[in-house]
Write a protein that binds this ligand. Structure first.
Ligand code: NAG
Ligand code: NAG
Ligand code: NAG
Length: 636
């Protein structure tokens, strides 16, 4: 993860107040390993560009940013090349990208480069010969990039990975750069016309599809309130980027054959067996395992071993032990379990894997912890276990339920750990229990999280933002040989299961949609979800996780995984006539079963904000889509 920033102005003095104080601090936290500033200016140019690069070193030799080539092209890169162009294990992908960009002679060369590469990215590229500034985010928007237009043309324009909130009234209203394509500004022309014209190159799919539709119907201008001197136009040349995934298969079943299978009320392993008894489906399940396995492999390989002395773990006497290089946001649910099982295949056995499990203390539970003598289960808040039938299968030790941090995700997390230990007993699995109190939540939200969540601002963004921030920070307690020890995860790479629910109908809204509008409605909903995942989730999660100097990686959003799932008709992926815990993400559950998972393969989806109990912590009367007032207070 890196923090990148570019400030463009059409005055003699570069405008650097954006970089004073808090925003610079936020950028530095993302990229603690190197910091450089480069200013492009000149009286004859009519514009000034300031480039700032904060680098988190992950592979190859440390390459400070911004980097400049012999022709004075300047490049800022916050991304990972996982495919499309070749990167040797010791190469730095920033250099490789600039090398390719340097040899681009035309717009279409640049577009075909960004159409070819796979992996998450946000970039800013200054092409010296043409006086053009290019920037954008990958197809899914897996890396954050914000923009801001000042009301004053002289100060013009700023791009940054993350920005601090500033007290009202302010001139800095930030928006996420839409992940709808990439953009180009002709700086010389803008300086001459006193207008900022953004040329937009949209993503295009091979066939008509939701993605193309969204783009051609949605006008970028309308999404954002730009000052008068700014406009966005589609490239006159009609040039586009090629979408890196195949379009969603919208075929609906023609016969009743796929419409409705036996509907049971409780998910059982036998249902998965039935699904797998179909030879064709079994083949699909194995193809899914294969493609997901490759996606995980790419994301856990070629990492620097963690030898940086400034990142020493808290438990000093054990520091000689090997440290984990990979951590997983871990609820014990099916998505995180699959990631753990697959990561286990590719990470050397002697290296631990950190499983980050977050819990927020439950309201009114503080007092009960101490005095928990003979409380009966009936006295527990009914929402403790969203799905009571699973509490039985999970074998919760007597009394454990009374600890205030035993939220649903903690309980499933522990059960998941047991399954992983059974599958890979010689691996050290660091199950990191991250307990967060209300006081700590309030303090960290004010100091850090509210800056990172913006420009998003709902109650849901707040809940998930806070939960992911504490989880990915990785400070908690582990239990080794019955002894509790403070533990800090040092892993720079954090795997998350993001994207599985959007593609495989994991959310309750999918069931609502299916019940109301059948398979057609469901397919439509799924098509839309992937199209908006950048603005709903990914920019935010990248800012949140990046704040710890760590990098989020999303195997379920690997281009090949998405293409595979998109190519399948809906009935081979999910069956919402089946109960919760089986019908949603059915193909994934079958894959989990084939990989040896048992209980976790049948856990119903539980949204993170409920699983870790943050949603109940402060104000349970709010709706998830309400604007969150708590995000707006900033510490001075
Ligand atoms: C990576 O960056 C270093 C400098 O940080 C440079 O010496 C090396 O040549 C680069 N590797 C590639 C493949 O560009
Ligand atoms: C964290 O919560 C768990 C319950 O899940 C509890 O057993 C543990 O003692 C707590 N640790 C701390 C440091 O509060
Ligand atoms: C969609 O799925 C159907 C049924 O499996 C298949 O026949 C068709 O070829 C698929 N379409 C695409 C574009 O993959």
């Amino acid at each position: 993860m890196c923090g990148i920033c570019c400030i463009l102005s059409f005055s003699v003095q570069p405008c650097i107040d954006v970089l004073k104080g808090a925003t610079l601090h936020c950028l530095k936290r993302r990229g603690p390993d190197s910091s450089h500033l480069l200013i492009k200016s000149g009286n004859d140019l009519g514009y000034q560009c300031l480039f700032l690069g904060q680098v988190l070193h992950l592979r190859g030799l440390l390459t400070p940013q911004p980097i400049e080539d012999k022709s004075s092209n300047i490049f800022l890169w916050n991304g990972e090349l996982f495919g499309g162009v070749h990167v040797e294990s010791m190469d730095n992908d920033t250099q490789v990208m600039l090398h390719h960009l340097s040899s681009c002679n035309s717009e279409s060369d640049i577009l075909s480069l960004f159409s070819t590469i796979q992996g998450p990215w946000a970039f800013i590229y200054y092409q010296a010969t043409t006086h053009c500034l290019w920037f954008g985010r990958d197809f899914f928007g897996r890396r954050s990039l914000l923009w801001h237009f000042s009301s004053d043309l002289e100060k013009a324009f700023c791009l940054t990975s993350v920005s601090a909130l500033v007290p009202e009234p302010n001139n800095y209203l930030w928006q996420e750069v839409p992940a709808f394509g990439i953009f180009r500004i002709d700086l010389k022309a803008c300086a001459a016309s006193k207008q900022v014209l953004l040329t937009w190159y949209p993503w295009k799919s091979a066939t008509t599809d939701y993605i193309t539709k969204d783009i051609s119907q949605g006008n970028v201008d309308e999404m954002t309130a730009f000052p008068k001197f700014v406009s966005v136009v589609r490239s006159e040349t009609g040039l586009c980027l090629t979408a890196p995934v195949v379009p969603l298969n919208r075929t609906l079943p023609s016969s009743a054959e796929h419409q409705c299978t036996v509907s049971t009320t409780k998910a059982t392993a036998q249902d998965l067996q039935i699904f797998l008894s179909d030879k064709h489906r079994k083949k699909l399940v194995h193809q899914l395992i294969e493609v997901l396995d490759k996606a995980v492999k790419k994301r856990v390989k070629c990492l620097p071993q963690c030898t940086d002395p400034s990142r020493t773990p808290m438990q000093a006497p054990k520091s000689l032990e090997r440290r984990a290089n990979i951590a997983i946001l871990f609820s014990g649910g099916i998505d995180s379990m699959l990631l753990a099982v697959l990561a286990n295949r590719h990470i050397p056995l002697k290296e631990p894997i950190d499983l980050l499990n977050v819990a927020f203390i439950m309201k009114g539970q503080n007092q009960q912890t101490g005095s928990g003598k003979t409380q009966s289960r009936q006295k527990l808040p009914s929402e403790l276990l969203t799905c009571p039938e699973h509490s039985e299968t999970l074998d919760i030790p007597n009394g454990a339920l009374f600890s205030s941090f035993n939220v649903p995700d903690r309980i499933t997390g522990r059960a998941g750990l047991k399954e992983l230990e059974a599958i890979s007993p010689s691996r050290t699995w660091n199950f990191v229990e991250i307990n967060v109190t209300l006081e700590e939540l309030k303090e960290m939200r004010q100091q850090h999280i509210n800056h990172l969540v913006q420009p998003l601002d709902t109650v849901l963004d707040d809940s998930i933002g806070c939960a992911v921030w504490f989880a990915s920070r990785g400070i908690g307690v582990t239990n080794s040989n019955g002894e509790r020890q403070p533990f800090t995860s040092m892993a720079k790479v954090v795997l998350t299961g993001m994207g599985a629910d959007e593609q495989l109908a994991g959310y309750s809204r999918h069931r609502i949609r299916f019940n109301a509008r059948g398979l057609e409605g469901l397919v439509e909903e799924l098509g839309m979800e992937l199209g908006r995942i950048s603005s709903r989730n990914l920019g935010r999660d990248d800012r949140i996780i990046g704040d710890h100097g760590k990098e989020a990686r999303f195997p379920f959003l690997d281009e090949d995984v998405v293409s595979f799932l998109n190519s399948l008709p809906i009935w081979d992926k999910v069956d919402l006539t089946q109960p919760r815990g089986i019908g949603e993400k059915l193909i994934l559950r079958a894959a989990a079963k084939e990989l040896g998972l048992t209980t976790s393969a049948l856990l119903p989806k539980r949204a993170m904000q409920f699983g870790c109990r943050i949603a109940k912590l402060e104000n349970s009367n709010e709706k998830a889509s309400d604007k969150c007032k708590r995000l707006h207070s900033i510490s001075t």
